[in-house]
Design a protein around this ligand. Structure first.
Ligand SMILES: C[S@@+](CC[C@H](N)C(=O)[O-])C[C@H]1O[C@@H](n2cnc3c(N)ncnc32)[C@H](O)[C@@H]1O
Length: 209
């Protein structure tokens, strides 16, 4: 969904793109194939970064894969496009290591999303956009509200209904108990949300160049 949504966006010439929580690098590679000139991919996992470098090479695009926590490796930088498919499964706090770091996102599933929404505006160039994908179960309005609070124009641009994935299905009882799922609900909307910065920057560029 996010790859398709990215393909539909207009990028300026010589665009720069950032993929947060890159995993296999699929979104970073897609940004490169879409024409972004400078692509940066961030992940905490060394193995994810090696996979990203390999996938970039196999697809003939340049991606700078850097290790770190969300925006930390790109402090002070702004981008034309930011994309992220972050961990968003409600459950335990994000662990320090291990595979579960790819999906566990705290009690409400927003541990990563809230941080991305809060920091993305300071990393967008004028007219730039951030694209995020997540389940309705972790709060579409919360994402829209957080992006708007940062001065972005925010909308749901893709919505797809389907059966719960394996990770959500495995914890339906606890999700129902906590009111995240309605009793008996076994489907969810997955959405792509776009936040767009005003074409003429409204914030001073003091924090990020
Ligand atoms: C859901 S996977 C995303 C995979 C890929 N972007 C995709 O769309 O297929 C989440 C990724 O986020 C990474 N991650 C988790 N916490 C992170 C953090 N604080 N900063 C950077 N990456 C993080 C994990 O290592 C994992 O590779």
């Amino acid at each position: 969904m996010l790859v398709d949504a990215l393909r539909d966006q207009t990028l300026p010439p010589r665009a720069s793109a950032l993929d947060l929580c890159t995993g296999s690098g699929v979104l970073a590679v897609s940004a490169g194939l879409r024409g972004a000139r400078e692509v940066t991919a961030v992940d905490l996992s060394r193995r994810a970064l090696w996979a990203t470098r390999l996938n970039a090479r196999l697809n003939g695009v340049r991606v700078r894969a850097v290790r770190g926590d969300l925006f930390a490796p790109v402090a002070g930088r702004r981008f034309d496009a930011i994309v992220s498919n972050p961990p968003y499964v409600p459950g335990i706090d994000p662990p320090d290591r291990g595979l579960a770091r790819a999906w566990e996102a705290g009690d409400d599933g927003r541990a990563l999303l809230d941080r991305i929404c809060a920091e993305a505006p300071d990393h967008l160039r004028p007219g730039g956009f951030v694209l995020l994908v997540h389940s309705e179960l972790v709060g579409i309005d919360a994402t829209l509200g957080a992006l708007r609070a940062g001065g972005l124009e925010a909308d749901v641009i893709v919505r797809r209904r389907g059966r719960l994935g394996p990770l959500m299905s495995a914890r339906v009882q606890s999700l129902e108990q906590r009111g995240i799922l309605h009793p008996g609900q076994r489907e969810e909307d997955v959405v792509v949300i776009r936040g767009r910065a005003p074409a003429l920057g409204r914030r001073p560029l003091s924090k990020a160049a």
